[in-house]
Design a binder for this molecule. Structure first.
Ligand SMILES: [Zn+2]
Ligand SMILES: [Zn+2]
Length: 344
């Protein structure tokens, strides 16, 4: 190494809807935190909550919560994590370990948890700081680029399938075959479910089959609930498409005690008749990403089963265009920013 870099490049949101490339000074990690040389960071639809200012944001703010890289400095009090170790940082910034919900083991619901790229800077950057309790282990053999979408989109679908009511052989439907859904279909297939993919239009049928779906339902040509009931009824629907109406249309496709798990964020209300919930004791629930040990398991399971996100990469300097492509629904299926380092 010829000279030590004291600054790093990042792409930050400076006001609603505006991202720009910048240079920031490198700082040491505070106690309980590590500093990471980022290899890759996925662009996720949730980044729009930062970039468009849907959350209260202190500008400027670096978005990005699918960051993978190598620890290059550790703060005081950091245990288990070491310099040179490859880690990931997802949406949850790290639980506190002492609040009421942490004490019950519900780390996702920690009262003192920040969101990465929202309350502090995220991974659209060559360097970032992360809290040790939020870190994810990246196994050897999974590249940083491949790992990036797995610690958010992958974790969200994997965790919901793991925590849902379906057992091997049960009918599981995945609504939407986009960034989340294309991983959800693969995980569901490899976990041993009978898998139905529900998409809009006939053109996604081939893709759904390639991803491992046993059945494809075109929601523009048939009623998804009737199609699911014709297959015996779904024990679980993973709702990755955000539209409230599309989610509501699947409820009557559930078997008794079946559940719709809502993973896609939208302000669009889900309107369901209470009778559709009462009779057959059906439920709709939300699930926010997953905890770090489930993220570790998401990567391990992906490696064991060969589940992989379909990815296009672009250099950090292309983040503005890449973000716009993602927002326009043109990403097929995840875009990952690369920082130009030699990456594993
Ligand atoms: Zn995300
Ligand atoms: Zn807590």
């Amino acid at each position: 190494m010829s000279k030590v870099n004291l600054s790093y490049r990042a792409v930050q949101a400076v006001k609603p809807g505006q991202l720009e490339l910048t240079v920031k000074p490198i700082v040491d990690p505070p106690p309980g935190h590590v500093r990471i040389r980022v290899d890759a960071c996925g662009i996720c639809h949730t980044d729009s909550a930062t970039v468009e200012g849907l959350f209260p944001i202190e500008w400027p703010r670096v978005p990005g919560h699918e960051a993978v890289g190598v620890i290059d400095k550790i703060g005081d009090g950091v245990e288990r994590w070491a310099i040179g170790q490859r880690v990931g940082v997802g949406y949850l910034g790290g639980s506190c370990g002492h609040c009421e919900y942490c004490r019950r083991g519900d780390l996702v619901s920690c009262k003192n948890q920040e969101f990465v790229g929202v309350q502090h800077d995220g991974g659209y950057a060559e360097v970032m700081i992360a809290k040790q309790s939020g870190l994810v282990s990246i196994p050897d053999g999974v590249s940083s680029v491949a790992a990036a979408p797995l610690i958010c989109a992958g974790l969200t679908t994997f965790s919901a399938l793991r925590n849902g009511p379906a057992r091997a052989g049960d009918l599981v439907a995945v609504l939407g075959i986009g960034g989340l859904g294309h991983l959800g279909v693969q995980f569901a297939r490899h976990m041993g479910f009978e898998v139905v993919a529900i998409g809009r239009g006939p053109d996604k049928a081939g893709l759904a089959q390639k991803l491992g779906a046993h059945h494809y339902v075109d929601s523009t040509a048939s009623d998804p609930a009737e199609a699911l009931q014709a297959l015996g009824g779904a024990t679980l629907v993973l709702a990755t498409a955000a539209g409230g109406k599309a989610v509501a249309e699947t409820v009557r496709g559930l078997r008794p005690r079946g559940r719709v798990m809502v993973l896609g964020a939208s302000p669009d209300p889900i309107v369901v008749a209470s009778t559709d919930l009462l009779f057959a004791s059906r439920a709709i629930e939300g699930a926010l990403t997953g905890d770090p040990t489930t993220a570790d398991m998401t990567l391990k399971f992906s490696q064991l089963s060969g589940v992989a996100a379909m990815i296009e990469t672009t250099p950090l300097a292309g983040a503005v265009d890449a973000y716009a492509r993602m927002m326009a629904g043109k990403a097929r299926f995840r875009i990952v920013l690369t920082m130009g380092r030699e990456t594993p």
